[in-house]
Design a protein. Structure first.
Length: 512
């Protein structure tokens, strides 16, 4: 069926709008890393237990990942500009609540609220870029700027988090979001002009929203409960069973409703399924490492918050280099699996180096090369994966396919933090108990050794997870090498070609 070309003149304010959209993206990326640096101080100040500390990260990641598809659908229903502004205001209010937290429950609740409003904000921002930048070259430039901020913002967050925590206190890592949100919301309100007639008023899939959110919450809670009560605990097992039932019910519901939250055809494509699964596994490993290294550097090595922030820069630099200098340059020359598979394996080698951590390990000899390899590998794998996730997608599914990338990463992060923290805590407890029985005389040294033993034990699991991600990318993803040709939209299955025949790079236009 022929497509009517889009002859709408470009919005003259689109580049100004990009500045405010990019500012909102910077705020969200800052928040994801800035809290990692502040976490040890917040834990001490509020009396958060070791068993619960990961909920500062998990509460946000779970709410954000679990509601991203819902947020994208709300943006279509309410209008992207309105959803974007509401998301910014809500994020600012949730940040103020977090900065004023008086106990761990208040802090966890604020992080969950940040996740809820972030789930409105993120898909609305991407959708605004998609509808405001209709020229292929301009769109590539706009998304390139947006992506650069996502990578560079992580480094800024680590350094800013350390500076605020050390010179003021951890609460300012939350309060700093407020001016970002106010400026971005005001700019968006006055500058952004959303194209008319772009809303999708189909009925909202309420059962899908409820089942997916409850299923994911149950899944992560099961991993978290296993830390304190064990894997054989009746409630732990029951939680996992409930999660399986809820997620199965979600899949069955999506196969029957008229306007599903997640059309199953998006997941059933071999390449997209492989991308979502391998990316989710990769993020499980990466999020766990962020948490462990933060505690290792500050608690074991005695780094200041600012020094800890700078200590993470090699990983961020590696990710940016892998993404822009390796992934972006080679993705039009070789099939995606030839970048994704080796990329995840390179990250696994970096993790393997970090399994050698000791209480007195050298930063330059162990942590620096491990971070560089981890960053290079993940950046190299992520770049073609992002492109392939929407390759050949039907226009009506382009938005949900993009949202699934964020969902797989956020849910992977939530599960990774809970799972690997559980493994680390169990290993640390077992080490401390066995060595205390052998007559260890220095309690403080035993505590540090137990902590590091727990970290390295969990990192071994992360190595295995990355190897599995590499294998999935190499076997599931069979799209051929893309050419530089672009088309405005695409139909087809997006399965690519297994024989290496060049495929077109299709830039989907979202239909509304």
């Amino acid at each position: 069926m022929s497509k009517t070309p889009d002859i709408r003149l470009p919005d003259p304010s689109r580049w100004k709008a990009l500045a405010f959209i990019a500012l909102a993206q910077l705020m969200v990326v800052l928040d994801a890393t800035i809290v990692n640096i502040a976490l040890p101080h917040a834990q001490t100040d509020l009396g958060i237990t070791d068993a619960n500390k990961q909920w500062v990260i998990t509460a946000y990641a779970l709410a954000f990942g679990g509601l991203l598809l819902f947020g994208g659908r709300i943006a279509d229903l309410w209008g992207r500009k309105r959803t974007f502004v509401v998301g910014l205001i809500g994020f600012a209010l949730a940040s103020a609540l977090g900065g004023a937290a008086q106990n761990q429950g208040m802090l966890f609740g604020s992080r969950a609220l940040q996740g809820v409003f972030g789930a409105l904000l993120a898909p609305a921002a991407l959708s605004l870029l998609a509808v405001m930048f209709t020229d292929a070259k301009e769109r590539a430039k706009a998304f390139g700027i947006y992506g650069a901020i996502a990578g560079g913002g992580g480094a800024v967050g680590l350094i800013l988090g350390g500076f605020l925590t050390q010179t003021l206190n951890w609460r300012w890592t939350f309060f700093v979001n407020i001016p970002f949100a106010i400026v971005a919301a005001a700019g968006a309100y006055f500058v952004i002009r959303e194209p008319s007639g772009s809303r999708n008023r189909s009925a909202l899939d309420i059962p899908g929203v409820v089942l997916s959110a409850l299923g994911l919450v149950s899944l992560v809670y099961g991993f978290t409960r296993a830390e304190s009560s064990g894997w054989s605990d009746a409630l732990t097992i029951g939680t996992f069973v409930a999660s399986g039932v809820l997620l199965l019910a979600f899949v069955l519901t999506e196969s029957k409703v008229k306007s599903p939250l997640l059309p199953l055809r998006v997941l059933m494509d071999r390449n997209r399924g492989g991308v979502y699964l391998s990316l989710g596994l990769g993020v499980i490993a990466m999020f766990g490492l962020f948490l462990f290294l933060t505690y290792y550097l500050q608690v074991v090595q005695g780094f200041s918050p600012i020094k800890t922030g700078f200590a993470f820069l090699p990983m961020i630099a590696g990710m940016i280099t892998g993404s822009t200098q390796i992934g972006a340059r080679l993705m039009t020359r070789v099939p995606a699996r030839m970048l994704m598979g080796p990329g995840f394996l390179t990250a696994a080698v970096g993790m393997l180096l970090l399994t050698q951590l000791q209480v007195d390990s050298s930063y330059a000899a162990v942590i620096l090369p491990g971070q560089l390899l981890m960053g290079l590998g993940m950046g190299t794998a992520f770049m073609p994966a992002m492109s392939l996730a929407t390759h050949g997608i039907e226009p009506r599914d382009a938005g949900v396919a993009s949202a699934m990338i964020n969902t797989s990463q956020q849910v992977g992060g939530a599960i990774g933090t809970a799972l690997l923290n559980t493994i680390a805590a169990s290993a640390a407890t077992a080490y401390a108990t066995s060595h205390a029985a052998l007559g260890a005389t220095d309690p403080e040294q035993l505590k540090l050794q137990s902590m590091v033993h727990g970290f390295t034990g969990a990192i071994w699991w992360a190595v295995g997870i990355l190897v599995v991600a590499s294998a999935i990318a190499a076997t599931f993803v069979n799209a051929g090498r893309p050419s530089m040709t672009t088309t405005s939209g695409g139909t087809g299955s997006g399965s690519g070609s297994a024989d290496g025949v060049e495929d077109e790079v299709r830039i989907p236009v979202v239909a509304h």
